[in-house]
Design a protein around this ligand. Structure first.
Ligand code: ADP
Ligand SMILES: O=P(O)(O)O[C@H]1O[C@H](CO)[C@@H](O[C@H]2O[C@H](CO)[C@@H](O)[C@H](O)[C@H]2O)[C@H](O)[C@H]1O
Length: 482
């Protein structure tokens, strides 16, 4: 690999990565945010190393960007992609106090840190304070650039605490005033988690917390977004918890779903104003459908229980292609990309906020930034009501259907196109989402697999009639049909 390794002026000790490697090999795959689950890590290479505290003191602190090398699975297939790059904040001490026990990475046996204990420093208040201070002052440390929106004040001395919920990244809350999301798997390019909230803030959209500061790096001429600081919505509960609480008490959630539909439409309208939109004609829809079919085939390869349903699911995609072939067009725009109840926060005043514009973390950045029909987000939310109903302790007949209908009503009330008026489009995107969820659950939470599989059975059973004798897209030789 010809990647240049960047070292800071506070240089990190030579051999640092080699001394950490045996510990990282065990620790990294156990992290919730590790994206390469199911494949062994065969080695690491350093992309950038920055000492944030002077080495040689009683405590060390290193900001590392490391590539985790893993063999490619056939499902991921060619073309070869670079190994995933992870952002790590590694603390180093003689021993860990009990309160830092959950942060333990391990005890180093050789190399420059021999005899030291290393840990995930995001659990430790001091390193987190240091990050906030760097953002507050717009610091430049080695390859790291801390930048801020000059319009918002960042007070110093806010007390940090790491959020310990299941996340794709890691977030630290500062005194209930700000929340810093440190991206864990980082990729070069414009990151929608910063790009979209900033664009929405410029539009004056108050459904999304506006980024206050951000952390970047320029490596081998390529920009990386490493973290985003934004206002913390105090006292908020996320839509997932609210829905489950409502279900447990037998409470109606339709009014909340309707308000959420309105919030989604407002965000879509602002995004369509802020960033370019495009018309999807036959060729573009064909590309979208090809992507859906490829994802279905990859999913069926990876998750065998999906295979019997593949032909019926495919017909939902073929039906969309047929509509496009007959001349239907759709407008595409930038969207959230991974909208679900957990990405919606309701503040005590009752206002809904949307967060986490990163898109589906497993998709390439370029794909996540492509304009999409806004129904992609709508489909994600509709799936989420179904997830909540399936996760309830007691059956709640009709609950998901009522929420789904109310959400669509709210969406249309606030100026969005009622998704129910375009059932073929909605079915294709809902099917695509359910397939994504099957893969996601198989990889991250196998116990949850029955939830999207129930939707797969429903979608397959409701599938449109058998495809026409001449398929809209002839089967591609690359795509094995299970
Ligand atoms: N602005 C915010 N205010 C309050 N809580 C937030 C805010 N942003 C995120 N959170 C909390 O942090 C959690 C993780 O944030 P999210 O952006 O979804 O991270 P990830 O991409 O790692 O899933 C959310 O589920 C929510 O509980
Ligand atoms: O929030 P993330 O960006 O990490 O999104 C990923 O994880 C989600 C789960 O935490 C996953 O969402 C799926 O499970 C939710 C319930 O936990 C449910 O509400 C969603 O509808 C369902 O898709 C999401 O797909 C994944 O990208």
């Amino acid at each position: 690999m010809s990647e240049a390794v960047t070292r800071s002026s506070l240089s990190t000790p030579p051999g640092l990565l080699a001394s950490l490697e045996p510990l990282l090999r065990d620790w990294l795959p156990r992290q919730r945010w590790f994206a390469g689950k199911g494949r062994p890590v065969t080695g690491f290479s350093m992309v950038a190393a920055t000492a944030l505290l002077p080495p040689g003191g009683t405590r060390g602190l290193y900001h590392l960007l490391v590539r985790a090398h893993q063999p490619l699975t056939p499902a991921r297939g060619a073309p070869e992609q670079p190994a995933d790059c992870y952002q790590l904040l590694i603390g180093e001490r003689e021993a860990l106090p009990p309160r830092l026990a959950p942060a333990l990475i391990g005890h180093v046996t050789g190399g420059p840190l021999a005899g030291r204990t290393v840990y995930d420093a995001l659990y430790d208040p001091r390193p987190c304070e240091l990050l906030l201070e760097a953002l507050r002052t717009g610091a430049r440390i080695g390859a790291l650039r801390f930048e801020r929106d000059s319009g918002t004040e960042i007070r110093s001395g806010l007390v940090p605490r790491l959020i310990t919920s299941e996340q794709s990244n890691s977030s630290v809350v500062y005194g209930d005033t700000f929340i810093l999301k440190l991206l864990r798997r980082v990729v070069p390019g414009v990151n929608p988690d910063l790009e979209l909230p900033r664009a929405l803030a410029r539009e004056g959209c108050d459904r999304v917390p506006a980024p206050t500061a951000w952390m970047r790096a320029e490596l081998s001429g390529e920009p990386y977004v490493l973290g985003v600081l934004q206002p913390f919505v105090q006292g908020a509960a996320d839509g997932w918890d609210l829905a489950l609480r409502g279900l447990a008490k037998g409470e109606d959630f339709a009014a909340a779903a309707r308000a959420l539909g309105r919030a989604t439409a407002e965000v879509h309208t602002a995004l369509a104003r802020a960033l370019p939109t495009v018309t999807l004609g036959h060729t573009q829809v064909r590309q979208q459908v090809e992507g859906m079919l490829e994802r279905l085939d990859a999913a069926a390869q990876a998750v065998p229980t999906l295979r019997p349903y593949a032909p019926a699911l495919r017909s939902a995609f073929d039906a969309l292609a047929e509509l496009a072939a007959e001349g239907s067009t759709w407008t595409a725009q930038r969207v959230h990309g991974d909208l679900h109840l957990g990405q919606c926060l309701r503040s005590p005043s009752g206002q809904w906020w949307l967060i986490d514009f990163e898109g589906e973390p497993s998709k390439p950045l370029a794909e996540r930034r492509m304009p999409q029909p806004p129904v992609r987000d709508v489909a994600g939310m509709l799936r989420s009501f179904d997830y909540a109903a399936h996760s309830a302790e007691h059956p709640a007949p009709g609950w998901a259907e009522a929420c789904r209908a109310a959400y669509c009503t709210g969406y249309a009330e606030a100026g969005g196109a009622d998704p129910r008026t375009d059932p073929v489009l909605l079915r294709a995107y809902e099917t695509d989402k359910a397939i994504y969820e099957v893969v996601y659950e198989a990889r991250h939470r196998p116990d949850w697999l029955p939830v999207p599989m129930a939707a797969i059975r429903r979608l397959a059973a409701d599938a449109p009639p058998a495809p026409p004798s001449t398929p809209v897209f002839p089967p591609s030789p690359r795509r094995p049909r299970p």
